[in-house]
Write a protein that binds this ligand. Structure first.
Ligand code: GZL
Ligand code: ZN
Length: 314
């Protein structure tokens, strides 16, 4: 049956394309749009790929269906951006049994057996959270506020997503070092602007003195800013409330230039080329690293934002 296998492989790739089944979280944010575009721009026919793309609309059950359909279609690779970290063991076992490598990108899976996926490419979310905390400590220090009681609230992303877990955890490590920082409340706004505006309205009604809002993505920062303005307060470097955000999409740069956001931690969405590089390595029969971090930095109003914006593609 060696001959049969050989023929099967040839027919599978007879048209010469590498078929990739991509199960994407959804289309909940500007970051997500840039992330999806990066894959659509990379996995093209002229680059030798046939991409099957499924938007799960933020629901894990849609992702399980998509992965199972990719298995039935006998794709060469499955690319999964998991909306939440758990609940993947059985479907990944099915992919493994079908001999289809699974590459995880952006958010992570937590599985009983690490061999259920080939590798993960994404951001170091804990580091992103720490960067935000360290920046805040420095910012308050330079403004002579390191002894003042600082009241904070956090707008969390989709609960149990790696971005939410890591950013909350990373920031809390720095929070623990500052006895005068008082985290009033955490609440998820699911990475969306609409939900964030509602949650922030509730925070503003409940807490008369909020000094800092930690927004676990830019779209939630936009919602928080709208709520703050509606409450007759101001935010940003010259405002009452410090806004810290994550992603650093173009619209957030614009909000920062308008003086509404103090600092944002970049989360690099351009994972298409990185995943393609991994697939090429696998095609050559090479081993790939289990974990691969994206390069990313942070931005604040002390930087030359006009120049930085010129250099960015999203
Ligand atoms: C982060 C990604 C998050 C973004 C949000 O890598 O998973 O999901 O920060 C997006 O904008 O919704
Ligand atoms: Zn205060």
């Amino acid at each position: 049956n060696e001959v049969l296998k050989q023929e099967e492989e040839e027919t599978e790739n007879s048209e010469g394309y590498i078929t990739v089944g991509f199960s994407q979280v959804g289309s909940e944010s500007d970051w997500r749009a840039a992330n999806t575009q990066s894959f659509l721009d990379t996995f093209t026919a002229e680059n030798g790929y046939y991409l099957l793309y499924e938007d799960a609309q933020n629901k894990q059950e849609n992702q399980l269906k998509a992965v199972r359909s990719f298995i039935l279609q006998e794709v060469d690779y499955i690319l999964l951006d998991p909306v939440v970290e758990t609940g993947w063991d059985s479907v990944l076992q099915e992919a493994k049994d079908a001999g289809i490598p699974v590459i995880v990108s952006d958010r992570k899976v937590v599985v009983s057996d690490e061999s259920l996926y080939t590798c993960w490419v994404g951001s170091n979310f804990e580091e992103e959270g720490r960067k935000a905390g360290e920046w805040l400590a420095n910012y308050l220090e330079t403004r002579g506020r390191s002894r003042e009681t600082i009241n904070l609230v956090t707008l969390q992303g989709t609960l149990d997503s790696s971005a939410q877990l890591g950013r909350t955890e990373g920031f809390s490590e720095v929070l623990a070092l500052h006895k005068n920082w008082n985290m009033l409340e955490y609440q998820s706004a699911d990475f969306t602007q609409t939900k964030a505006q509602e949650v922030m309205e509730r925070f503003l009604a409940k807490y008369p003195d909020i000094d800092v809002v930690i927004c676990e993505n830019d779209n939630m920062a936009f919602g928080a800013i709208d709520a703050i303005h509606e409450a007759g307060k101001t935010c940003g470097p010259d405002g009452d409330i410090i806004i810290i955000s994550f992603d650093a999409v173009r619209a957030a740069f614009e909000a920062m230039q308008e003086g509404k956001i103090n600092m944002m931690v970049e989360c690099n969405p351009l994972q298409g080329p990185v995943v393609a590089d991994i697939i090429q390595q696998l095609e050559r029969g090479e081993d790939v690293a289990k974990v691969r971090y994206m390069d990313e930095k942070y931005f604040d109003t002390s930087m030359d934002l006009d120049f930085i914006i010129e250099t960015r593609t999203y």
